[in-house]
Design a protein around this ligand. Structure first.
Ligand code: HEC
Ligand code: HEC
Ligand code: HEC
Ligand code: HEC
Length: 485
């Protein structure tokens, strides 16, 4: 378990300052948000925006309904990396959409905002919470997932309490007496219905949290709930983890599966034992709008609309919230300022026993493979980052940002892996050892210590859904093919 570090606390302080400096955030103080979110007032239902009324609200049957805008499993994707064209997602686009299209009563973020417990994850959490609590489109519920719990409990509790997004962790009780703002449930009174929201993490580090069983957690979260209130359950984990909750009492009206089982929302809602079940997808690529209605005592989904968060085709950055762009840009510079590139480097064990030495050392014995590599794009992957930075394609220091470095260098994050261009120049680019593993022993033994075959999955760890949407091993291998010579 990581303890809060001095860097973490320093950034906390710097973010508070920056938070105040950004115009859209000046009213983001606890008091301002709390009064806005008082129960009884319907968040997001203001007609002052002039947004067209949702047809479901004019439904003549006058059945109770709740319009929810869902997302989850952001996993630190503040914005698309730009490695491939037309990438989806990004918090600035989300914020823009939430302000332009207000056909919702509640904004709900499922959780798993980040992917680990590093300083970078803390910096990201701060940035994400800042965006989700922006006063133009504040979130009203935030589930806490197991990935969020990889952060040290003190920092997580502290960061959550700085922002006023009601956080929910129905099955978690912190063991030590740290700050813990998360509630067992939150309830809202919407124009035509009440909703109560609970969230199950299902997994948690034992040293820091007591984990309640789903049954116990749900029962206590739904204690005293009115019969006509919509009971919404956010569940973290696999699809089965979500399906397994269908027997809970009182019966949920909606189960939202927060996890990686669906990269994007399916085209229709699913159900389990008659309970609507939805998947908002991953990495903030989509928002999922649903209207939940109750007919003859049974909940059903009236409207189901995945909203793809694509950029503008004509003007770069046009369909993004400018204030949130500024928040994210500030984050990029803070990461450089705090030297997180170096802080994150060399924090994990090396993947194999040997050491990294660099691609140049292979050329003598493998001239043909080395030539093929030099002529491939992998040999220029760092230059690509430098060019992207100097050409103004990105207006922030990409060569200092850990997420970018990880796929454009060798062994970043591992002991003996890439640190920075000055300290480890031989490990710039997607070198031989990024695929074949550290090779010092192989060389010292004149090739007798074998490296072993490369798992094709190695490719898709970088050429993934986001970075290379249409990657296919057979044809891409042809482009970088090389062998023993
Ligand atoms: C460590 C991350 C990483 C791994 C692992 C990786 N690549 Fe790449 N690949 C990149 C990057 C980054 C680029 C773009 C480099 C540039 O344009 O500067 C790239 C570019 C390519 C290109 C050229 C662009 C294109 O799509 O035509 C091919 C082909 C390619 N990779 C094939 C592969 C294959 C096959 C594997 C697995 C054997 C693989 N890559 C593994 C990061 C990786
Ligand atoms: C998960 C691995 C991964 C991460 C993280 C990553 N890249 Fe890439 N990047 C790739 C791969 C793979 C390609 C090659 C894509 C292709 O051509 O199919 C690429 C290509 C690129 C290109 C060339 C694309 C072009 O159109 O010329 C740029 C520029 C780039 N990345 C910048 C970045 C920046 C900036 C970041 C951080 C925000 C980043 N990358 C993070 C894997 C990654
Ligand atoms: C001193 C010469 C020498 C150098 C330097 C060398 N290799 Fe090799 N390598 C060999 C020999 C000899 C073989 C054939 C071993 C066999 O098949 O028994 C080999 C085989 C391989 C193989 C296939 C067998 C295996 O190990 O899985 C890979 C992959 C490989 N080398 C990668 C590299 C990489 C990457 C580098 C640079 C980091 C490198 N080699 C540097 C001599 C060398
Ligand atoms: C993008 C990943 C990637 C990079 C970078 C890469 N290789 Fe490979 N290499 C492979 C794959 C995949 C194979 C196919 C054989 C296998 O599965 O191991 C292979 C095969 C080889 C083989 C033959 C292995 C055999 O048993 O036939 C050698 C030798 C080799 N590579 C050396 C190198 C050297 C030297 C470099 C750098 C100059 C390099 N490779 C860069 C992925 C890569």
């Amino acid at each position: 378990m990581r303890r809060p570090t001095s860097t973490g606390l320093a950034i906390l302080a710097s973010y508070c300052l920056c938070f105040l400096a950004i115009p859209s955030c000046t009213e983001g103080s606890a008091e301002a948000h709390l009064s806005k979110l008082d129960l009884g007032e319907a968040p997001g239902s203001s007609s002052a925006t002039g947004a067209p009324q949702d047809p479901a609200l004019q439904d003549p049957e006058n059945t109770p309904r709740a319009r929810l805008r869902l997302s989850g499993q952001l996993e630190g994707y503040l914005e698309p990396c730009g490695c491939a064209s037309a990438q989806l997602g990004g918090l600035a686009r989300r914020s823009f959409t939430n302000q332009q299209d207000r056909a919702y009563d509640l904004l709900i973020e499922g959780g798993n905002l980040g992917v680990g417990g590093s300083e970078l994850d803390l910096f990201k959490l701060m940035t994400i919470l800042q965006v989700l609590s922006s006063k133009e489109s504040p979130y009203q519920a935030l589930g806490i997932g197991p990935r969020d719990l990889e952060l040290d409990p003190e920092s997580l509790g502290e960061y959550l309490s700085i922002f006023d997004i009601p956080s929910i962790a129905s099955d978690l009780r912190p063991k030590q007496g740290q700050t813990w703002p998360a509630k067992s449930q939150v309830e809202y009174e919407l124009p035509s219905a009440k909703v109560r929201i609970a969230s199950l993490a299902l997994r948690a580090p034992e040293d820091a949290y007591q984990l309640l069983s789903p049954e116990e957690a749900w029962r206590s979260a739904m204690d005293g709930v009115a019969d006509d209130c919509f009971r919404i359950l956010l569940v973290h984990g696999s699809q089965d983890d979500a399906r397994n909750q269908s027997k809970l009492e009182p019966r949920p009206d909606l189960i939202v599966s927060i996890g990686a089982s669906h990269a994007e929302p399916p085209s229709t809602a699913d159900e389990v034992d008659g309970i609507p079940l939805v998947f908002p997808g991953i990495h903030g690529r989509y928002l999922l709008d649903i209207t939940l209605a109750r007919v003859d005592g049974k909940s059903q989904i009236r409207r189901y609309r995945p909203i793809q968060l694509a950029g503008s085709r004509t003007a770069k950055g046009a369909m993004e919230d400018k204030n949130m762009q500024a928040v994210i840009r500030q984050h990029r510079f803070d990461v450089k300022e705090a030297a997180l590139r170096e802080v994150i480097a060399e924090t994990k064990p090396r993947r194999a026993k040997s050491e990294y030495i660099g691609s140049a050392a292979c050329a003598g014995c493998h001239p043909a493979a080395s030539k093929a590599w030099r002529e491939s794009k992998h040999a220029h992957a760092w230059q690509t980052l430098e060019d992207a930075e100097s050409s103004g394609r990105y207006d922030w220091p990409v060569t200092f940002y850990p997420d970018c470095i990880a796929c454009h260098t060798v062994g970043y994050g591992e002991v003996g892996g890439f640190v920075n261009p000055e300290k480890t120049p031989a490990l710039l680019n997607v070198g031989c050892e990024q695929c074949h593993g550290p090779a010092l022993d192989h060389i010292a033994s004149q090739g007798k210590t074998l490296l072993g075959p490369v798992d094709p999955q190695t490719c898709t760890s970088c050429h993934n859904l986001e970075q290379s949407p249409d990657f296919d091993y057979a044809s891409k291998w042809k482009l970088i093919e090389h062998g023993l010579k």
